[in-house]
Design a protein around this ligand. Structure first.
Ligand code: NAD
Length: 312
C-alpha cells in the first residue's frame, strides 16, 4: 500500500464507492461525515462489501479485501481529515448552500498541496469555490452511479482551477482504474447530462406525439442504440456505419439535418398529461415497491457488462 492519504468528505453511497476505489490501489483513505454514526456504518458496510466482492471474484486491484479494508479509516474531525491529504473527494448531499458552507470551512483548514474535488452532479464548480483562498486547487470530478462498475468520471475545472490540478486529478482517476474525461471549461450539465437530456427530450416527444409507448421507446435504447453505445461512442459508431467519417458526413449530413428540423424547436417542460401517462406506464412496468429489486438487477447487469468489456 501507499503512504499518500486521500480524504473523503461525506460517507454516503458515493463517498463509500470512492473510498473503495482509492483503497483498491492502496491509498490511505480517511472517511469523514458530520454524522459520527454514519462513519461507523460506512466502515462496517465497506468491509462487508469488499469481502463479498472478493468472494465473487469482482474485487478491483491487486490487494486482497483485508488489505484494502486496512487502508480505510474514519474520523469525525475535519481538521484530522485534511491533515497531510494529497486529495479530498467531497461527497455531501446535492445542496448548494451546504456545499458552499463546507468549502468555506475547508478553505480555512486546507494545506496548500491538497486538491479538493467535488462529486456534484449538477453544480458548476465556480458556484461553490468562488473567492476562496484555495480556489485554484478545487474542481469537480463527477462519477456515474455505481462508480465501482461504471468507470466514467467527468473532470470539470472552474475558471480559476490550475492546469496542473486538472492534470493531477486526471492521472489519479486513471490510476484508480476510472475513465476520466476532461472538460476544457465548466458548462451546465457537464457532458453526460447534456447528452442524456437530449435523448430524454426526443424520447418525450415521441411519446407525447403518440408515436411510441413507453415500453417501446425504451426498447429503442436498451435493445438498439444502447447495445452499441456500451462499446463504441456515437462518433465511432457512425465512422463504422460508412466508409469512414468523411464518407458518413457526405452520405448522411443532409438527412440528419432534415430529420432534426422536424424535432421540437424548444425543449419540453415535462409536465401535465404526458408526464402523468409516462409515469403510469412505468409504474406498470416497474411498480414503485419493486424499484429496489430493479436497481439490483441493473447493478447485476452492469457488473456482468464490465466483466465482458474487460475480457473483449
Ligand atoms: P448520500 O445522501 O448517500 O450521502 C451524503 C453523506 O454526506 C451523508 O452521509 C451525510 O451525513 C453527509 N453529510 C452531509 N452534510 C455533510 C457535511 N457538511 N460534511 C460532511 N458530511 C456531510 O448522498 P450521495 O448519493 O452519496 O451523493 C453525494 C454527492 O454525489 C452529491 O453531490 C451527488 O450529486 C453526487 N452524485 C451522486 C450520484 C448518485 O447516483 N447517488 C451519482 C453521481 C454523483
Amino acid at each position: 500500500s501507499k503512504s499518500e492519504k486521500v480524504g473523503i468528505v461525506g460517507s454516503g453511497l458515493i463517498g463509500r464507492s470512492w473510498s473503495m476505489l482509492f483503497a483498491s490501489v492502496g491509498y490511505k483513505v480517511m472517511l469523514y461525515d458530520i454524522l459520527p454514526a454514519q462513519v461507523e456504518t460506512a466502515l462496517k458496510e465497506t468491509e462487508k462489501e469488499l469481502k463479498s466482492l472478493e468472494k465473487q471474484g469482482l474485487l478491483r486491484g491487486k490487494l486482497n479485501a483485508n488489505e484494502q479494508f486496512s487502508c480505510i479509516s474514519g474520523t469525525t474531525k475535519l481538521t484530522e481529515l485534511v491533515k497531510d491529504a494529497i486529495f479530498i473527494q467531497e461527497c455531501i448531499p446535492e445542496r448548494l448552500d451546504w456545499k458552499q458552507a463546507l468549502y468555506k470551512e475547508l478553505d480555512g483548514v486546507l494545506e496548500s498541496q491538497t486538491i479538493v474535488s467535488s462529486s456534484t452532479s449538477t453544480f458548476l464548480p465556480s458556484l461553490f469555490t468562488k473567492d476562496l483562498k484555495h480556489q485554484e486547487n478545487m474542481l469537480v470530478s463527477h462519477p456515474v452511479n455505481p462508480p465501482y462498475y461504471v468507470p466514467l468520471v467527468e473532470v470539470v475545472p472552474a475558471p480559476w482551477t490550475k492546469k496542473t490540478v486538472v492534470q493531477k486529478t486526471r492521472s489519479l482517476m486513471e490510476e484508480i482504474g476510472q475513465k476520466p474525461v476532461t472538460l476544457s471549461r465548466e458548462v451546465e450539465g457537464f457532458a453526460l447530462n447534456r447528452i442524456q437530456y437530449a435523448i430524454l427530450n426526443e424520447v418525450w416527444s415521441l411519446v407525447d406525439r403518440g408515436i411510441l409507448d413507453v415500453k417501446d421507446v425504451d426498447s429503442v435504447m436498451s435493445d438498439g442504440l444502447g447495445m452499441r453505445y456500451a462499446f463504441l461512442g456515437a462518433l465511432e459508431t457512425a465512422h463504422l456505419n460508412a466508409e469512414g467519417m468523411t464518407n458518413y458526413f457526405e452520405r448522411y449530413s443532409k438527412t440528419i439535418h432534415a430529420v432534426s428540423e422536424t424535432m421540437p424547436s424548444s425543449p419540453p417542460r415535462m409536465e401535465g398529461k404526458t408526464a402523468e401517462s409516462i409515469a403510469k406506464q412505468l409504474e406498470v412496468m416497474v411498480p414503485l415497491d419493486k424499484l429496489q429489486e430493479r436497481r439490483e438487477y441493473r447493478d447485476k447487469c452492469l457488473t456482468q457488462l464490465s466483466i465482458l468489456k474487460k475480457k473483449l
